[in-house]
Ligand binder design. Structure first.
Ligand SMILES: *Cc1c(COP(=O)(O)O)cnc(C)c1O
Length: 385
């Protein structure tokens, strides 16, 4: 990390205490620019669940993106942040009557199953109705692609080809196109080929459907954007002109964010435990699916690195930010930056063990702004009657 950035993070930790999430809006803008350069015709719909911080959403709305939402709460946040209604896509398994009623007016709806269509049907003929996409379950092999579980036949998402084609016929003129989100952290881009084959067959069968939504799931780090772009372009060249949608979440925000945390205690033993003031309540991904986040020491650290667990402050074995990582000798108070924490970080933070969720700070053009203050004990009981 360059010294200027380390000094900035020190100032933020001094001013706002720890644990605190810091998002670099310029880095998010850079990822938007990279995606746009790679696939200029694609419309980008930011997957709000990756990081719903209002300052991040407003930045992306101002950059001209749309939003992908799956709940009443995400819809409300997207509208509040200024995403134009016509650039909001509602998807996901819920789509119950309250969500359908709230989402009236959005630009697109991705239907996950025929039951959802029964809920939307009475609105479909009205003026200003959303454009309907059908979500394909491509039946990928989750064992060969462990991150492709959402595209596996046994997953709850989408419809297999035959069922989707039947529903497409039932939608008739209301069918605008097809949607597929094959999973998260996709690195093996060959996984898209069987998906393209199925989408190609659907486009042949429904020539009036003009929209293709290829979802998100682009891995961080390590997504081969030029290769992805080449594969998508090659596929689009084989089908008549289509409107292309993408739903990037993690790719846009993950690397923009760090979680600042301070060392509380160090316990030597069979395993060296570095106990920090952030843990699974603040950043759940390591406990939830063994995610690995680089940890950087921002303070003075002496001596050679040795293996340590970076643990949180809660009474829970899974309360850990990193396992068996190389860390130098550390003393209480040392500032650490847990990196690549901008996606599914604060978004998954909880009040477990009455933890107070961290502050969120945004940096843009070197200017630091508090986006969300740290919670207080009063916040914990504020909704109780
Ligand atoms: C979660 C999700 C995304 C975003 O996934 P990332 O891995 O963050 O890019 C996009 N589309 C759908 C349907 C999703 O469920």
């Amino acid at each position: 990390m360059d010294p200027g950035r380390a000094a900035l993070l020190h100032r933020i930790a001094e001013r706002y205490s720890t644990p605190t999430y810091v998002y670099d809006l310029d880095a998010i803008g850079d990822r938007v620019a990279r995606l746009r350069a790679a696939l200029p015709t694609a419309e980008l719909l930011y997957a709000v669940k990756a990081n719903p911080c209002g300052a991040v959403l407003r930045h992306l709305a101002a950059a001209g993106l749309g939003a992908e939402v799956i709940s009443v709460g995400e819809l409300a946040r997207a509208r509040r942040a200024g995403f134009p209604e016509g650039r909001i896509l509602l998807g996901g398994p819920r789509q119950d009557p309250p969500l359908v009623a709230a989402a009236w007016g959005v630009g697109w709806v991705s239907l996950d199953n025929p039951s959802q269509w029964r809920g939307w049907q009475r609105f479909a003929a009205r003026e200003g109705a959303p454009r309907f996409l059908l979500r394909l379950n491509p039946g990928l092999d989750p064992r060969t692609h462990e991150h492709l579980a959402t595209g596996a036949a046994r997953s709850k998402f989408g419809m297999p080809f035959g069922e989707l084609a039947a529903l497409g016929a039932a939608l008739g003129e209301h069918l605008a196109g097809f949607h597929v989100h094959i999973g998260s952290q996709i690195t093996e881009l060959g996984a898209y080929e069987p998906v393209f084959a199925q989408l190609g067959a659907l486009l042949t069968r429904f020539p009036h459907a003009d929209t293709l939504d290829l979802g998100g799931g682009f891995a961080v780090p390590g997504f081969a954007l030029p290769e992805f772009s080449a594969r998508v372009r090659a596929f689009l060249a084989q089908v008549p002109f289509r409107r292309l949608l993408l739903e990037p979440g993690r790719f846009l925000v993950a690397e923009s964010g760090v979680l600042l945390t301070r060392v509380l205690h160090v316990k030597e033993g069979p395993v060296r435990h570095v106990i920090a003031d952030a843990g699974m309540a603040d950043l759940l991904r390591p406990a939830l699916y063994g995610a690995q986040h680089p940890v950087r020491v921002l303070g003075a650290a002496d001596g050679a690195s040795g293996s340590a667990d970076l643990d949180g402050p809660l009474c829970e074995n899974a309360d850990r930010l990193a396992r068996g990582v190389a860390l130098p000798a550390l003393t209480p108070g040392t500032l650490l930056a847990v990196e690549q924490a901008g996606a599914y970080g604060f978004a998954m933070a909880s009040n477990y063990a009455s933890s107070l969720r961290p502050a969120e700070v945004v940096v843009a053009g070197g200017e630091v702004r508090l986006a969300r203050r740290r919670e207080t004990p009063d916040d914990l009981v504020q909704l109780e009657l």
